[in-house]
Design a protein around this ligand. Structure first.
Ligand code: GDG
Length: 486
């Protein structure tokens, strides 16, 4: 397998002597995908998080004490994509984060459309495609369909790359299967078509054999766009798109989390929250899609409408700094700071503050303890591809009786986590009622709902997601096929 993603599964940093070192990334995606790449002797193509003056500078091996999932990824299995820093900035901060991120989250007013950002996006995708082809050429030639290399391209940064990879592979008579997974929503046609180069995006993605999204709605949006923009013949029931004489499969593949790892963390993590108040927990990157301002207003409304919660309940909001050099994100931080100050100024008593606000990152252990010991998990994005926090919260809810998950219907998680309380973040008044209901929910109902939620996430964990992707690509032989062969 060759995985292609904007970032490698680790970043490179320089130590004080100027030597390059790997710094591991601990996300669930890396944990699930890295073993597949390592065990299958595969490769990972991506940007290493640093611009190297000398692009031939060798990638260091992992530290001998490294126990993270990428430790076994040897440097000759890593392709570090390098680009001119100005071009990279225009591709990444410009086209990816200032255009696709807001547009695909159905917030077109926040999106900028600049020809020069688009040109950089095209160039960057070409660079990723060229590096992937070189990686493909370095693999031993395949002998049949069973050992055909699988190229798995990730996310909105790389929506054009697949088509170039296909064309170049065909020219060189290299066989491969191509799959793509989008981690954010795919918007409806009337939003998508606002992007001036929307046809090119679809053509890029249709270079794949299979395109995966978190939920069926995003699949249907994509199929719809292919039909209406490009005039493709489509099959909505079986989620198929005909393009360039090929049939592309479209599949809902909802991502999961490393469930057992979170359970273990929750079992071991020491208690950090005091027991005399109920905690409502929010954990998000500080991003305008996460509905943080609406969330604070709903909490303020709760205290206004249900004063019995004063001095009994606090909102603990962890906001991880994100894209801090972008103005929109700086403005959001300012707005949050002011709102937290205003609400705390309005309701704080000598012994209690309504909001505890952490602007920063907490450790995995601490996070697991917060998830475990909170009474309510409040996951209320305005729009979100899936949302892993909702899943991590239920994995860590090992106390009996457990707490309650509240989730927005506009997150992928809201589609699949049926036993959560659903809350429309735009309806501030109604949202405050839902939070009140969660705080007042009887124990037996909490147990019942949480049991179902945990069971589903345990079964559909991130390893299940990786397997589903591989099986949708047809590269995992099913038991029946194996029996036939055997
Ligand atoms: C994109 C899509 C989709 C957060 N704070 C801390 C911390 N985190 C970790 C959480 C969780 C991750 O960050 C956030 O994941 P989300 O899924 O909520 O959101 P995005 O970053 O926007 O991810 C999203 C996802 O891709 C996967 O496909 O679900 O919809 O937008 O894992 O635990 N981790 C630590 N400290 C923190 O303070 N250690």
């Amino acid at each position: 397998m060759i995985v292609v993603s904007n970032r490698l599964p680790f970043v490179l940093v320089r130590d004080k002597d100027g030597n390059l070192k790997r710094k591991a990334s601990a996300g669930g995606l890396v944990t699930a995908v890295a073993p597949v790449v390592i065990n299958g002797n595969g490769l990972w193509v991506g940007w290493p998080g640093i611009h190297l003056n000398d692009p031939t500078e060798p990638i260091p091996e992992s530290d001998p004490n490294d126990i993270t999932p990428t430790a076994g990824l040897k440097s000759d299995k890593v392709v570090a994509v390098q680009m001119d820093p100005v071009m990279f900035d225009s591709y990444y901060n410009g086209c990816c984060n200032a255009t696709f991120w807001p547009l695909f989250h159905s917030m077109p007013d926040r999106a900028t459309f600049k020809g020069e950002h688009w040109k950089s996006y095209v160039k960057a995708n070409k660079e990723f495609a060229d590096c992937t082809i070189k990686a493909l050429e370095s693999l031993p030639p395949c002998t049949g369909n069973n050992d055909m290399p699988l190229i798995w391209v990730h996310d909105y940064h790389l929506m054009l790359a697949a088509n170039w990879i296909r064309q170049a592979a065909e020219e060189r008579e290299l066989k491969c299967k191509l799959g793509f997974f989008l981690h954010i929503p795919f918007p409806p046609w009337d939003i998508f078509r606002l992007f001036p180069w929307s046809d090119e995006i679809l053509q890029g993605m249709l270079g794949c054999d299979m395109v995966g999204f978190h939920i069926t709605d995003y699949c249907l949006n994509f199929v719809d766009c292919c039909q209406r923009n490009l005039g493709c013949r489509v099959d909505r029931k079986n989620l198929l798109v005909e393009h360039g004489g090929r049939t592309v499969r479209v599949r809902p593949l909802p991502i999961g989390i490393p469930f057992e790892r979170f359970v273990e963390l929750a079992e071991k993590a020491p208690r950090v929250l005091s027991t005399n108040q109920k905690i409502i927990l929010g954990v998000d990157r500080l991003d305008y899609t996460k509905g943080l301002v609406h969330r604070l207003r709903s909490f303020e409304k709760l205290l206004e409408k249900y004063p019995e919660h004063i001095e009994k309940v606090s909102l603990l909001q962890i906001s991880v700094p994100s894209r801090t050099d972008v103005k929109e994100y700086q403005d959001l931080k300012e707005e949050m700071d002011q709102l937290v100050g205003r609400i705390n100024g309005r309701f704080t008593t000598p012994n209690w503050s309504p909001i505890r606000y952490i602007y920063g990152c907490v450790s995995q252990d601490e996070l697991a303890a917060f998830y475990r010991d909170s009474a309510v998990g409040l996951v209320t994005p305005l729009r979100d591809g899936m949302n892993l926090v909702a899943k991590e919260f239920v994995a860590c809810q090992i106390n009996i009786p457990p707490g309650v998950l509240i989730v927005s219907p506009f997150a992928g998680a809201g589609e699949t986590m049926h036993e959560a309380l659903i809350c429309n973040p735009y309806e501030i008044d109604d949202a405050s009622d839902v939070i009140h209901r969660a705080l007042m929910m009887p124990e037996d109902e909490r147990i019942l709902r949480m049991n179902y939620l945990r069971r589903r996430e345990k079964l559909n964990d991130v390893n299940y997601w990786t397997k589903s992707f591989l099986s949708a690509m047809g590269s995992l032989v099913t038991q029946d096929e194996q029996d036939d062969v055997g």
